[in-house]
Every structure is written in C-alpha cells, then in structure tokens.
Design a protein around this ligand. Structure first.
Ligand SMILES: Cc1cc2nc3c(=O)[nH]c(=O)nc-3n(C[C@H](O)[C@H](O)[C@H](O)COP(=O)(O)OP(=O)(O)OC[C@H]3O[C@@H](n4cnc5c(N)ncnc54)[C@H](O)[C@@H]3O)c2cc1C
Length: 344
C-alpha cells in the first residue's frame, strides 16, 4: 500500500492551491484496514468533497478521501431505513430518495458534500437538520482500528455541531443510517417555502429549495467558495434586544432559553463589507456570508479577508463571528486566530 503526494485543488471547493504530502482515495473497507495497518501512527485528515474546508498550509497529515459507496434500504412499518456509505454524494442521495418515493430530505437539497460529512456539522437548511433523520452513525476509530456505532443521542447534535468535532475527531465516518418516516409533512416555515402552501408535494419543495439556493448562492464550480464562512452567532437575549433597539431590522431567532441567534450575513452586509476584496478573495457581492475566490486567491488572502470581516463586525456590533468553515493547517485542524498568527 503506497501513498502519493497530491494537489488538493480537486478536494476543496474554494479552489485553493495546496498540496498533501500523503493522500489516498478510499474505495472499500479492506483498503482502509490496509492503510490503517501501515500508517496508523500518522495523524489523519478525512476529506469528503472539501466543501467546508480551508487548507491554510500544505498538509502533512495522512489525507484519506472518502469514496465509499452503496445504499441499503430496509422498510419497516412506519419508515424507511437507509444505510448510506459515507462517500455517497449528499444531493444525489436527496434526488434518489425522491425518485424512490421516500420524502423527507427535500429541504436539504443542493447542500454540497458527502453523506459521511453530513453528521459532522449536522448539516441544515430551510428549517431542517440532519439530526431529525439520523438514526445511527458508523465510524472507524483511527486510534484503535475498531468500528464504532453511534446512536443519534450519542452523536450530540447541535447547531453546526456534533461529537465528531470534539471527542470523536479521530473517527472516519463509514456510513450513516437515516430514518425517513412514511408519515410525511412538508416543512415550509422558512423563506420562499411558505408561499407553497400546506398541500405542497416533496417534489415541489425540492424544486423551490433548488431554485432559491441557485439564485442566492454562488456555484463553487463557477466561483470557488465553501458556503457560509461564518456561523450565525449566538448571544444572550438581552444583548440581542439591545442590538435590535439600535438596529430594528436586525433578524433575531430564538435559540436555547435566554439565548438568541443573529444572522451573520446581515451583520456583515450592514458593516458595508459586501464586495470587499483582499488579493483574489472577496466577500460575495450578493450573499455577504460567503467568501469567494475570484481567481488566484491564496489561503492568506482568504484568512486576511476573514480577519477583516470579523474585526469590522466586532467593532460595529460587539459580536465576534466564529468561522463555520473548518481550517486545516500543516499539523491538522487550526482556527482563524492561529492561522492569522502564522502569517504575521
Ligand atoms: C455553496 C455551498 C453551500 C453550502 N450550504 C450549506 C448548507 O445549507 N447547510 C450546511 O449545513 N452546510 C452547507 N455547506 C457546507 C458543506 O456543504 C457541508 O459542511 C458538507 O457536509 C461538507 O461535506 P464535504 O464532504 O464536502 O466535507 P469536507 O469539506 O470534505 O469536510 C468537512 C469536515 O468533515 C470532515 N469529514 C469529511 N468527511 C468525513 C468522514 N467521512 N469522516 C470523518 N470526518 C469527515 C473533514 O475532516 C472536515 O473537518 C455549503 C457549502 C457550499 C460550498
């Protein structure tokens, strides 16, 4: 089993040039065991489609690109259970479930990336999150070589969060089992879905979600990006109310008791940052939450731009934005502060 150095351009939707010293594309579980037996002492970085990643430096960890494929369906009285291999593409899965008359995932259409990455940040859109359907996650523990099954409760799903960002960081997700209840109801609470009305079919919801996303979000194949660069910040409700007095248009959503969530894109827009550029990187002119690669951007451009956005928003609103994009430095996962400190 030999590994090769490789460019990471095909594996990050930002389209940033960066190299991996050791990379292997994983097609089956036997291959995983062989890689583990030979290289288990190396730190691991699992990559799906790189749609939530920013490589800030050449990567010296062992990069495993997950391309495990296959879907097993079990029908029970009130639901379909789908065990999906981690390397399947998420949007293709959503399309396939609709063709097979198994609705439920339509609000999550067009989210880029793999099924294996979907539990990591508990992907969500238009009022629906993966957590609502996730029954079980199967992972390979890189430290021990053991396969582990996680119930949904053990996954500790939260807003853009799960156990796989914390104590289970060194697990490679092999498969995800989703439970799609036969008793289906459309979820229409968000944005342009509301106008569809309660008799909407899953296909209609799917089409509306796709049309809205295509109108709002830049296509990474055309303009490199990793989706929302920052999370919607959570603040104590008293702070949200004070901000709303000063900025009556500020969108505020209830989160946990006593905690509110603010729209990060609105804050960035109001700070006048739409269209701001650093080198080849820019704040998208339509969707302020998305940082884009206008061509030839370097990781340094993106980091300096992200730092500038965070600083301006903090100066104006007293709210510190936290990146949603996962940053990977030479020695593994890093964060905006560490990555910026490495530049100066
Ligand atoms: C245009 C655009 C729109 C987006 N819209 C949304 C949205 O609406 N909602 C949303 O939630 N997200 C959104 N995202 C973010 C992204 O689509 C999700 O985070 C997605 O789940 C990432 O999948 P991936 O396969 O590309 O993961 P990668 O970017 O390759 O990896 C992301 C993280 O997961 C880890 N990882 C990946 N696969 C595995 C595995 N099998 N086992 C263990 N760890 C793994 C990686 O190490 C990394 O830390 C968007 C991104 C883009 C570019």
């Amino acid at each position: 089993m030999s590994l090769t150095a490789a460019s990471l351009i095909p594996y990050n939707t930002f389209g940033l040039e960066q190299n991996a010293e050791q990379l292997v594309v994983l097609h089956d579980r036997q291959q995983l065991l062989e890689v583990w037996q030979a290289y288990s002492s190396m730190p691991l970085l699992v990559v799906g489609e790189g749609s939530n990643l920013l490589f800030t430096a050449p990567v010296s960890s062992l990069v495993i690109v997950n391309r495990l494929k296959g879907i097993k369906v079990t029908e029970v009285e009130d639901a379909w259970l789908l065990e999906i291999a981690g390397g399947e593409n998420w949007h293709q899965l959503v399309c396939w479930t609709l063709v097979e008359n198994m609705p439920g995932l339509e609000n999550l259409a067009l989210i880029p990336g793999t099924v294996g990455a979907s539990p990591i940040q508990n992907i969500g859109a238009y009022g629906v999150e993966l957590a609502q359907f996730c029954q079980q996650v199967e992972s390979f523990d890189w430290r021990t070589g053991q396969v582990h099954q996680w119930t949904a409760a053990e996954c500790e799903f939260g807003y853009r969060d799960s156990v796989f960002k914390h104590q289970a960081r060194e697990h490679l997700i092999l498969s995800v089992t989703l439970r799609l209840p036969k008793a289906w109801q459309p979820v229409l609470g968000y944005g342009p879905l509301a106008k569809l009305g309660g008799s909407a079919t899953a296909q209609q919801v799917f089409e509306q979600v796709c049309a809205t996303r295509q109108a709002k979000l830049p296509d990474p194949a055309v303009l490199g990006n990793a989706g929302s660069f920052f999370k919607n910040p959570k603040v104590v409700t008293a702070q949200a109310q004070a901000l709303q007095l000063a900025w009556p248009q500020l969108p505020v959503f209830a989160a946990e008791p006593g905690v509110s969530k603010l729209a990060a894109g609105w804050l960035i827009d109001k700070a006048g940052l739409k269209g701001t550029r650093v080198g080849g990187a820019g704040v998208h002119t339509e969707q302020a939450l998305v940082l884009v690669n206008h061509g030839g951007a370097t990781a340094e451009d993106v980091l300096r731009l992200a730092g500038r956005v965070r600083e301006r928003v903090e100066q104006l609103f007293g709210v510190r934005l936290e990146p949603e994009v996962r940053m990977i430095g030479a020695a593994g996962e890093t964060n905006l502060d560490e990555a910026l400190a490495c530049l100066s």
